[in-house]
Design a protein around this ligand. Structure first.
Ligand code: ADP
Length: 278
């Protein structure tokens, strides 16, 4: 086994991020199989020796489906209305699917100002820690109703890739696993280049690497790989690790956490256990 992946096996507190494209079917309907598999895998891990925090997008996707809309509305307030419907439906789905596996979940909605305001920051930390101590899986998303940027008061995280890196930071997670519709980070966009080569390990997010991140892959996709690399940069700056892997079969998480060489592992070269045979 790759030496550096030992750190993954030992990780206890893990943030998992999943994007809308991995929760919805291509036709815009909810992918129930995916919710069920995710609930099964995360419940099993959380009821073992791991502490799981889920960062989930999907409020708008689920909201569009619930309201039988075929495309995102134009105005911000209309999008916020769709997200308001979708967020409660999203949590309803998680609550029901996790209940099959005797797992309780709790909703945490955040805005970016928790990064700047120490009291708000501390309240989020306290809530997360208390949920984890109660063996409840926190399900985190941005508070879309409040998150509109004003001058001198930034409330938007930008995207859930950043949000997941910030969550990993504030709860001092051992690992962030970002699930996407690709198997990891390639030397060029695999959707357009069949000969693209997957990176197994990345120690530093350089500008040269950023230049290899092409556009988004699916209609639900948000930032493509750029936002994922920016999140990885933050993770590395904090001396943490991140795995970018395919969301298609959440059971892959068992293999990742067993140290198998899956996806792209971002780990600092100077981080303990960070230098391995690549
Ligand atoms: P998600 O919805 O899971 O957050 P996105 O659709 O925003 O994911 O981004 C993933 C997409 O990024 C992939 O489907 C792929 O087409 C595209 N992409 C662009 N450049 C790369 C690259 N260098 N390596 C991997 N994927 C890339």
């Amino acid at each position: 086994m790759e030496k550096s992946r030992r750190k993954i096996i030992e990780s206890k507190r893990i943030v998992i991020k999943i994007g809308t494209s991995s929760l919805m079917q291509a036709n815009g309907r909810v992918n129930y199989q995916q919710f069920d598999r995710l609930a099964f895998v995360l419940s099993t891990l959380n009821q073992g020796d791991k502490e799981i925090i889920l960062v989930s997008s999907g409020a708008i996707g689920v909201g569009l489906n619930k309201l039988a809309l075929h495309q995102r509305p134009q105005t911000i307030s209309q999008q916020q209305a769709v997200a308001a419907v979708g967020q409660s439906e999203l949590m309803n789905l998680y609550s029901r699917f996790f209940a099959h596996y005797q797992q309780t979940v709790g909703q945490i909605l955040m805005t970016r100002d928790i990064v700047e305001f120490p009291t708000s920051h501390q309240n989020v930390v306290n809530t997360l820690e208390t949920l984890l101590a109660m063996k409840i899986i926190p399900v985190v998303n941005e508070n879309d109703t409040v998150a509109v940027d004003e001058l001198a008061h930034a409330t938007k995280f930008g995207d859930n890739d950043q949000l997941s890196a910030i969550v990993a930071e504030i709860c001092q997670a051992d690992l962030l696993i970002m699930l996407s519709d690709v198997a990891g980070f390639y030397d060029k966009n695999p959707a357009e280049n069949p000969d693209a080569v997957l990176y197994a390990t990345i120690h530093e997010v350089t500008d040269a690497l950023m230049a290899k991140a092409g556009g988004q892959g699916s209609i639900f996709g948000t930032g493509g790989m750029l936002t994922k690399l920016k999140a990885a940069k933050r993770i590395l700056a904090n001396g943490q690790g991140m795995v970018l892997a395919q969301a298609q079969d959440p059971a892959l998480l068992f293999n990742i956490l067993a140290g198998e060489k899956i996806g792209t592992y971002f780990i600092g070269a100077n981080t303990e256990g960070g230098v391995g045979d690549e």
